[in-house]
Design a protein around this ligand. Structure first.
Ligand SMILES: Nc1ncnc2c1ncn2[C@@H]1O[C@H](COP(=O)(O)OP(=O)(O)OP(=O)(O)O)[C@@H](O)[C@H]1O
Length: 286
């Protein structure tokens, strides 16, 4: 089913009922994510109207805009989390390298494995060890890794998450015992363990101090070489520091969110086309 009918309601899919093999493209390569005419509702409340955006392979795309304009909803549509909200629906198309993310013949876990998510508040499993946290996503997504390869995978993911040096001597310690910034990097490492092609990050630094924020930003810049990143941020300096392109979302009073303008980050900050973009990135509202 391609979700081009504006009135289509997405059913909440039960993984247990989906046994068709994965057909997502090779997860080892960088992927472009393409959203076309995406609209979204919570019940009858329409919160996004025909949003289209290309998020290029190996680049960092920042979604910016004032509170309530639909950035997080858009992000959650990209890896099929929106459909978990009772009464939520959407229309439009999301493709990863041309493959329909909402193809009903595809397992929900395939979409989640290919398109990982890091949330605003670090959410490690507090009682699980650091090592167990990294490996936790494998079980949740049904990803198989031989036990002899697990140590290497843990080291690889913690290294990419920028945490290895700090925790390599205490992999058995509980994840909940780490600082907030370390916990967020542990969550990034956990997302990486299933080898996603895209990593979605919803205000990943908003609960962190400036030092931890910089460490996460450095981690993101390194990760972009092997995974496409889409980040929601309210921090304009952060958008300017880390992103290659920005999309400015806005919802005028009583209307659903739309993208007013998008383009490469330098242009969006230095010479945007739309006065509202200029006002927003210069802190005149929002
Ligand atoms: N679970 C939900 N149920 C009902 N309405 C929701 C739900 N989540 C979000 N909304 C509504 O959808 C609209 C868009 O919200 P969303 O969180 O996507 O915006 P946002 O731009 O990410 O905001 P913020 O920057 O504050 O996180 C808002 O009007 C919000 O109230």
């Amino acid at each position: 089913m391609s979700l081009t009918d504006e009135t289509t309601t997405i059913p909440v899919l039960d993984d247990a009922t989906q046994s068709i093999p994965a057909v997502l493209p090779d997860r080892a390569s960088l992927a472009t994510l393409e959203a076309t005419d995406v609209s979204a509702w919570f019940g009858t409340h329409k919160v996004l109207d025909r949003v289209s955006l290309t998020m290029p392979a190996g680049r960092i795309t920042a979604l910016i805009g004032p509170s309530g304009c639909g950035k997080s909803t858009f992000l959650r549509i990209l890896n099929r989390m929106h459909e978990l909200v009772p009464g939520a629906s959407l229309a439009g198309r999301v493709e990863i390298d041309g493959a329909d993310v909402y193809d009903p013949d595809r397992k929900l876990t395939d979409a989640r494995r290919a398109i990982g998510m890091v949330f605003q508040k670090p959410n490690p499993f507090p009682a699980m060890s650091i090592e167990e946290n990294v490996l936790a996503g494998l079980k949740l997504t049904g990803t198989k890794v031989a036990s002899r390869d697990r140590d290497d995978l843990v080291e690889e993911c913690l290294t990419k998450g920028g945490l290895w040096k700090e925790v390599k001597d205490r992999l058995d310690a509980p994840g909940g015992g780490l600082s907030g910034g370390q916990q967020q990097r542990l969550c990034i490492a956990r997302s990486l363990a299933v080898k996603p092609r895209v990593l979605l990050m919803d205000e990943p630094c908003s609960a962190l101090d400036p030092t931890s924020t910089r460490v996460i930003e450095e981690t993101m810049l390194e990760l972009a070489q092997e995974v496409t990143i889409v980040i929601v941020t309210h921090n304009m300096q952060q958008a300017a520091r880390v992103s290659d392109q920005c999309a400015f979302f806005l919802a005028a009073y009583g209307t659903p969110g739309v993208i007013i303008e998008h383009g490469d980050t330098a242009t969006m900050f230095e010479s945007p086309q739309d006065q509202r973009t200029s006002d927003y990135v210069n802190g005149r509202f929002g």
